[in-house]
Ligand binder design. Sequence first.
Ligand code: UDX
Ligand code: ADP
Length: 484
Amino acid sequence: MVVKNICCIGAGYVGGPTCSVIAWKCPDIRVHVVDKSELRIKQWNSEKLPIYEPGLEDVVKECRGRNLFFSNDIEMAIKEADLIFISVNTPTKTYGIGKGRAADLKHIEMCARKIAEVAEGNKIVVEKSTVPVRAAESITHILSANTRPGVSFQVLSNPEFLAEGTAVENLLHPDRVLIGGEESVEGDEAVAQLTWIYNHWVPTEKIITTSTWSSELSKLASNAFLAQRVSSINAISALCEATGADVSQVAVAVGKDSRIGSKFLQASVGFGGSCFQKDLLNLVYIAECLNLPEVAMYWQQVTDMNEYQRTRFAKRIVECLFNTVTDKTLAVFGFAFKKNTGDTRESPAIYVCSHLLEESARLNIYDPKVECKQIEHDLTSAAVTSDPERVQQLINIYSDPYEAVKDAHAIVVLTEWDEFISYDYRKMLSVMKKPAFIFDGRKILDHEALIKIGFHTETIGKRFSRNTLLRASGDHFPSFSWTL
Ligand code: UDX
Ligand code: ADP
């Protein structure tokens, strides 16, 4: 079999970019991306794509209508395809057994059932969504229990390692492509087919093949390791604040050890995104189910540390603002979980803002890419507040950061957008209430310069000593600043 037609079920952050790049790099293959959401598909077929990803628009524009198609015709796409990617969402369960921890596989199961119902001939079914270990086995079970004569399936695991904001770059130049398959002649053949697709642009030595279970677990383990690094440096940041050390200096010194490496050591207000929290909780749940409580506790601590970091930062804001933010206006810069994306899933901004709203602060929120409606939705959802009307009254969303800071008592930076670095903070200071505070939750601003112009500056993993403040601000050292 030579793969001529690909179907991708799920046109989200994973399915959309992945299949756009496949279509771009494989002009000999027809790629049909389908979704149950009419709105999503309409957006993929429009000028304004449903997700913001640097470089994606150009890729889509070049391939759309040529060998890349977006539609709601799921049945037709399945019928035509030789290979089907399942790229639907697998959020943390919000009900029943495993609530709050296990991955919810209902969308995956619906896809498997739909494929079993309508597929004709031989199909390779590729699990791309992040799933618990042995999910491929469940998909195989559903498919084989419903198979009709003349139809056969091979199920592969091919986890996605792209990070949002750099998805196109990650897809074009992956560190590795991981393919897990059943250990059989048919399984090897299916793995060879998928390898052939990636070989259009990825060198063979970067393509790793494993058993299905190893592939599934590798995805969870990779995200857990990455999250663990962020929690590790964030734990150190708390120590730095208590001792007078600077977490950036510690990160450089630690990262210079080639065994450790320098990446993912940026202390922050906490990690967010659709994957880290979900995959960690999933790992914890699996370990518990397998009667491995020590393993479960170990990984649970990574997410607990993340929660601690977010709360610690929010509490510090309140503390510095003379222990009350009631009716004070705070300008929030950034709502996305990281720069270069409009995605807010599990964004630390949601947690920090909701803590401040609990304390009755008024928030003027600005983000270059997140839609106003999304911010409102995130802050008024039942998981965040029991009083959405009150929240609605306390928040204002701005499209101009200079407007957002008017009469504000403080600026709170929650996403590391590049544009925040080059703002005219002198101009902002002039329209803010005094003393004006700035809380940099991402460590991206020039703190000494901010102190110099008169901001009371706070950041993660560093306390400014009296000497720094004096040196930077000359005679204008604010009398309210704490000292070591
Ligand atoms: C992650 C994995 O990186 C990717 O391989 C996987 O496929 C999906 O999950 P993503 O969540 O898109 O990708 O973004 P990532 O760059 O990993 O950042 C996750 C969070 O950690 C962000 O909130 C980011 O701001 C934070 N982070 C990252 C830090 O706080 N410090 C760091 O040093 C790195
Ligand atoms: P991810 O980050 O994993 O890509 P998203 O939520 O961005 O998650 O995208 C998942 C997409 O899958 C959504 O657009 C959703 O509508 C779609 N989806 C979920 N279940 C099904 C299904 N059974 N059939 C078709 N599409 C589905």
